[in-house]
Design a protein around this ligand. Structure first.
Ligand code: ADP
Ligand code: MG
Length: 683
């Protein structure tokens, strides 16, 4: 007997190889598998006759296999299976690449249902690797809606579907963790039913209802979690921070630029929050380059004037150094700004020993301590830690921030920063009950980055252009996507690209290579070589995404651009255009799908991250928001940011829950909440 806890290697036809592939997707038990949702569907619910097939459409036909044959292609690289299938109206060819087993499964004379993409030209129409199913009992088969699963890491869709078929009966065993009253009031499907229908819908309505329930749950969990948190926070006293108006004005007047109104407002909101004495829980959201750092500097300065400490967490060593430079240049004469990374301890201009740094931090002799993960280590103590600032908040997990919070005797204020552009109305969906400051205006005088989707035939021209830029003293970023899903850190594709550029295209230039597999010190060295201009081109995976400020870089070239969300492409683009030199962003793609190219072209039409985020939603639709997932909103698998109405319902339901029930009575719901390792906020 199988149960939800059964290991997937106990299932039919799961050998060692398949098991390890499943594990790579995070699937070890039947439970994991049943909660592994399709991300889209192909709709074959209409059966077509062969004479009515349209090229480039999706279709299902029922017919008889006349001939079927498998062979290696003449270059012996691919295995080809070809079949001819006929119905009363005509015959059509079906072709499968590298699926030799098809010729074993199907025999001449079999009645079969084929579903898939119709390819070819006027003379030669064929099904390209269609899904197939033998029609066992004569009589009409219902054509269907076929689920498509994400990231199969070498598994076929068919394999996943057949495994799911085997275990789907277990959906009736899934315990529903929501109170019955909420399910009823919200007219939701039971969880087990929703799970079963998300895998095997019979019609569109099934998909909608299943999605509604599963998306509701995701949103409800976030809302509940953040509302409970807010409740808990409000029971704590935070540090009451007095506003030093005169000093703050002096600081602002010393800046070489005028603050934008949005920057002023964000800083002001932070100051007001901390004045009240309840712990602040605020997110500052602003496009790349919108000037978030100065806002944090103003807030942290006020904390320092209150003789209290700030911990400022940066996701990488480079960024920690960058923030340290900004803050110590600005505040170094007024307060004590420290940098603590794995390799460096500095207070204002003075390099000191680790021991001394830790002592001073513990004694409260450093006001603003900037650092990487090194700040979280057990040996770091504070005297009075009143404010925690986290840059690019999604890079830090819950436990890490928890560790930092432990270093304070009172509940510290919490301010985090993100460049993920989410309109205010949608922030509720993702962050729940959280105070939000949005910096919408770009600082005056920002140039527009010329952005182009470059067709393959213009590639060489682009390299020539890049060379001209380098001859003028500029620097270039080349970003490559992760191609092989097993190669999680993207080392492979980026290395290939690096070698091509280094050997063939620019053999005379110094080129740097950056990816996630490098050791921290190697990363720092590569990054530093680029910062000081020793390397002219930096080839990288998406690890360069966050905040680096390299004023001399003018070209951002992105390979496989269609593999990134618009939000992320926009982040990349924000790495250039940080000086008065005209800057450029070139997008390359192997895709010739018009829709994909149109989506990429939005990058050249819009330079505003918020507009792009909205367009991204339109183009991608449910479950496909990779841009957001990569930006850290990964807890949403089914819900999307435009589920505004559903988010409101979830919010109402969460209030109702807090009002009516005690979480301790809902064990499985409590477990679910604990599993939420969210990109969300203070915990
Ligand atoms: P981000 O929001 O991406 O973190 P930064 O804080 O790094 O942006 O700011 C980007 C650059 O813009 C910095 O060089 C900063 O000095 C500059 N800057 C910030 N605010 C303004 C402003 N109001 N006017 C002009 N330049 C500004
Ligand atoms: Mg920044």
């Amino acid at each position: 007997m199988i149960s939800l806890e059964t290991k997937v290697n106990q299932l039919n036809k799961v050998g060692i190889v398949t098991y390890s592939k499943l594990k790579r997707l995070g699937i070890e038990t039947a439970r994991d598998l049943i909660f592994y949702y399709p991300f889209r569907y192909e709709d074959f619910s209409e059966i077509t006759t062969i004479n009515n097939l349209q090229i480039n459409s999706l279709a299902t036909v029922n017919g008889k296999v006349e001939i079927i044959d498998g062979r290696r292609s003449f270059r012996r690289k691919t295995f080809l299976v070809e079949a001819i299938v006929t119905d009363a109206t005509g015959s059509v060819k079906a072709v499968w690449f590298n699926q030799p087993w098809v010729s074993k499964n199907l025999k001449p004379g079999d009645e079969v249902s084929l579903s898939g993409k119709v390819s070819g030209d006027l003379v030669n129409v064929y099904f390209n690797s269609p899904e197939y199913e033998k029609i066992v009992n004569a009589g009409p088969v219902s054509a269907k809606i076929v689920p498509i699963y994400p990231l199969t890491a070498g598994l076929t869709q068919k394999q996943l579907r057949s495994l799911l078929k085997e275990i789907i009966v277990l959906s009736s065993k899934i315990e529903d963790y929501l109170p019955r009253a909420i399910i009823k009031n919200q007219s939701l499907l039971k969880l087990g039913k929703a799970v079963s229908k998300i895998h095997f819908p019979e019609n569109k309505n099934d998909i909608d209802k299943a999605r509604e329930r599963l998306a509701f749950d995701e949103l409800f969990l976030i809302q509940l979690w953040s509302k409970l948190l807010r409740k808990k926070l409000n029971q704590h006293k935070g540090y009451q921070i007095k506003f030093y108006e005169k000093e703050t004005k002096q600081l602002v007047s010393k800046l070489s630029f005028n603050l934008t109104d949005d920057q002023r407002k964000a800083a002001w909101e932070g100051i007001i929050d901390m004045k009240g004495g309840l712990p602040m829980n605020r997110l500052v959201e602003g496009d790349v380059g919108s000037g978030k750092t100065i806002v944090t500097a103003i807030v942290a300065y006020n904390v320092a004037l209150n003789k209290l400490q700030t911990a400022y967490l940066a996701p990488t060593e480079i960024l920690a150094k960058q923030h340290f430079k900004t803050l110590s240049d600005l505040l170094g004469k007024l307060v004590r700004v420290g940098l603590l990374t794995r390799t460096q301890r500095i207070i204002n201009n003075e390099i000191i020993s680790k021991k001394e740094f830790l002592e001073k931090c513990q004694n409260g002799e450093i006001d603003i301590v900037i650092g990487t993960h090194a700040l979280i280590q057990k040996n770091v103590h504070f005297n009075k830690l009143a404010l925690i600032i986290v840059d690019e908040q999604h890079r830090f997990g819950v436990s890490q921030r928890e560790a930092l919070k432990q270093k304070s005797s009172k509940m510290p204020h919490f301010l985090s920063l993100t460049a993920t552009p989410i309109p205010r109305s949608l922030a509720l969906t993702v962050y729940g009950d959280l105070d939000l400051s949005i910096i919408r205006q770009a600082p005056a005088g920002r140039q527009t980055i010329i952005t182009k989707v470059v067709p393959p035939e213009k590639r060489l021209k682009t390299y020539e252009f890049i060379r001209e830029q380098i001859d003028q003293g500029r620097q270039i970023f080349v970003v490559c996507p992760l191609i092989d899903p097993s190669d999680k850190l993207g080392a492979k594709s980026v290395t290939e690209e690096f070698e091509k550029l280094d050997k063939d295209i620019f053999p005379d230039l110094e080129i740097g290579l950056l990816h996630g597999k490098l050791k921290t010190e190697d990363k720092d060295r590569v990054m530093n070589d680029f910062v000081v201009g020793k390397t002219k081109i930096l080839v990288s995976t998406s690890v360069i995404e966050v905040g680096v400020d390299i004023k001399n870089a003018t070209v951002m070239m992105i390979e496989g651009a269609d593999r990134f969300g618009l939000a992320q492409l926009h982040q990349f683009r924000g790495r250039v255009g940080r000086n008065n030199y005209q800057s450029y962003c070139f997008l390359f793609s192997d895709s010739n799908d018009q829709k994909t190219l149109d989506r990429l072209d939005l990058m050249s039409k819009y330079s505003d991250g918020f507009e792009l985020a909205k367009m991204d939603l339109k183009y991608r639709g449910a479950g496909q928001l990779y841009g957001y997932q990569q930006s850290g909103i990964s807890s949403l698998k089914i819900a999307t940011l435009d589920d505004l109405l559903l988010a409101k319902r979830a919010s109402v339901a969460a209030d109702y829950f807090i009002d009516q029930y005690n979480l301790d009575d809902f064990v499985s719901l409590k477990e679910k909440l604990a599993e939420l390792n969210l990109s969300s906020h203070l915990e």
